[in-house]
Design a protein around this ligand. Structure first.
Ligand code: HXC
Length: 511
């Protein structure tokens, strides 16, 4: 037996790689595939499988040594005490390139995650399709994409980009629910050499698809971290809000924050003058448990803030206009950002809390040409389709289309509230008076005085929360300081909500 055991140990130690391999990764400012797993999983819980898989055709390798495991470490372990499946690419084996067996290993753990009901996490650090394996490699990518689509909406899928991720390889991450990147990672469809050859333009890896670019410009990345360690700890935090499958509830955490805690600071944070900006993250921080808010897409479409928090221990998704950026108007990116987040929350049974302070849409040719009509419709579709509890609080402005689109009663919003300073109307008083009373104003002996009088009259008659409350289109007008208490009570009564759609193959959500 001893000989057999020694042979096994020898093979596994080759698969594990050498100290020199680890040093090569460290020299690039990155951790090794296995060091990353030590951070991701609860200590000592990771179990590797398929350690001894080798490429089918050694002849492909042209004398270059693959190692047992074929460049990707796969298996399962516990994160915050719950099972998670993983594939962690090993850049020290042929650049982490993806061949047939490497792909098979990834697809196998994805299918296990789906079958046994646990999240799947891919740690990407790869030169892409393994050139020597040609179409076998491309076919492997296609199987991974298909497995991503099959698992979509059933188990959480998270991609973590910790090195290169190039060419069509980017599409597996793009099919997953959340993409994490480090500042030292990059993703692109066509590399700098191709850009130089075709477009005669010089660009660096970082400019073309570095973590910062995808977190700030393209929105491909939902989270940006400075290094591998910070990134993997953030993945653990995100998982604490997500259920293992779409059949489970999100994890509940015993709260310490008092559910009846009043929030008088809200009256200071939000200026009554609706032209004055403020940071909606302060409002969120005041309402949610312990002020803890995990913001998603923090650097992209900053006029809409989305992320996870807890209310009396229950995980919730927050969608909020950000008056500090573009006055909180909705544009194409903001709508896409909110729609993706709402659909993710809905798929995983996470109630949605909407905080509204929105003057309307960002006007202009750029928005119209870019398809704000088609893209704005995505957010309506997402709100309408969502069957999780949908609560809403209007903290100041709620105008026009934005009122209808964000969790309104018409879109089957459950319990909706407004503060007493709320302005809920088709448009602001100035705009309304210009349209309705142009003749009266221009023909008045003192047009400015006439306009001011009409504006004051409009504000008093329409621009308040009481018209909406009188129709039952909001469920109550509340004092700002009661926001946390009221939202928790509303959440707890709606947690038992059961709503079904008419059966159909699938809807045709605008794209
Ligand atoms: C085979 C590869 C490889 C690949 C890297 N290697 N990429 N082997 N297929 N795609 C090998 C290298 O030959 C080298 O082997 C080792 O990995 C380390 O690579 P280095 O270049 O020394 O590392 P580094 O300097 O860190 O550069 C990393 C890199 C670069 C930027 C990723 O390796 C690179 O540009 N690789 C090619 C990227 C690419 O064009 N991939 C195809 C994309 S298209 P030795 O033996 O010297 O250690 C694609 C299509 C997918 O992926 C389609 C899906 C639908």
């Amino acid at each position: 037996m001893e000989t057999h055991v020694n042979e096994l140990r020898k093979r596994k130690s080759i698969a594990a790689g050498s100290a020199k391999d680890v040093e090569r990764q460290h020299a690039k400012g990155r951790l090794s595939a296995r060091e990353r797993l030590d951070i991701l999983f609860d200590p000592g819980t990771f179990e590797e499988i398929d350690t001894l898989v080798t490429p089918r055709y050694e002849s492909y390798l042209d004398g270059r040594a693959s190692r047992p495991g074929d460049g990707v470490v796969t298996g399962f372990g516990l994160v915050n005490g719950r099972h998670v499946f993983v594939a962690s690419q090993d850049a020290t084996v042929m650049g982490g390139s993806l061949g047939e067996m490497h792909a098979n290993k990834i697809v196998k753990v994805m299918q296990m995650a789906l079958k046994y009901g646990a999240p799947f996490i891919a740690l990407n650090d790869s030169g892409g399709a393994r050139i020597q394996e040609g179409v076998d490699s491309l076919a492997g990518y296609a199987r991974i994409f298909d497995a991503n689509c099959e698992a979509s909406g059933v188990i959480p899928q998270i991609s973590v980009i910790l090195g290169p991720c190039a060419g069509g390889a980017v599409y597996s991450p793009a099919l997953t629910d959340f993409v994490f990147m480090t500042e030292n990672s990059y993703m692109f469809i066509t590399g700098p050499e191709v850009v130089r050859a075709v477009m005669q333009e010089q660009v660096s890896f970082e400019e073309l698809g570095g973590g910062l670019i995808h977190s700030r410009e393209s929105g491909v990345s939902h989270f940006l971290s400075k290094d591998d360690t910070e990134c993997l700890q953030l993945v653990r935090e995100l998982l604490s809000y997500l259920p293992s499958t779409n059949q489970d509830d999100p994890p509940y955490l015993q709260p310490v924050d008092d559910p009846d805690r009043r929030c008088p600071e809200l009256e200071r944070i939000v200026p009554v003058d609706s032209h004055k900006p403020y940071d909606v993250r302060e409002v969120i921080g005041s309402i949610v448990d312990d002020g803890r808010f995990l913001e998603v897409h923090q650097l992209w479409a900053e006029n809409m803030v989305v992320g996870f928090a807890r209310l009396n221990g229950w995980a919730v998704g927050i969608v909020a206009n950000q008056p500090k950026v573009l006055a909180g108007t909705i544009d194409i990116k903001a709508s896409i950002k909110a729609a993706h987040f709402i659909r993710t929350c809905d798929a995983f049974n996470i109630p949605i809390i909407t905080l509204q302070d929105v003057p309307g849409f960002l006007p202009g040719k750029h928005q119209e040409y870019g398809g704000i009509i088609r893209n704005g419709a995505r957010m309506i579709y997402a709100y309408s389709e969502a069957t999780v509890p949908k609560l809403m609080l209007i903290t100041r402005k709620s105008y026009g289309g934005a009122y209808c689109m964000m969790s309104s009663k018409g879109l089957r919003g459950d319990l909706l509230y407004a503060w007493p300073n709320a302005e809920i109307a088709v448009m602001g008083a100035e705009g309304a008076v210009n349209v309705l009373f142009r003749k009266e104003v221009t023909s008045a002996p003192d047009p400015n005085a006439m306009r001011a009088e009409l504006v004051a009259d409009y504000e008093q008659k329409f621009n308040n929360p009481y018209v909406c409350a009188a129709r039952g289109l909001i469920d109550d007008v509340i004092e700002p300081r009661d926001s946390r208490r009221v939202l928790i009570r509303a959440l707890e009564v709606t947690l038992s909500k059961r709503e079904r759609h008419i059966p159909k193959k699938h809807g045709l959500s605008p794209m």
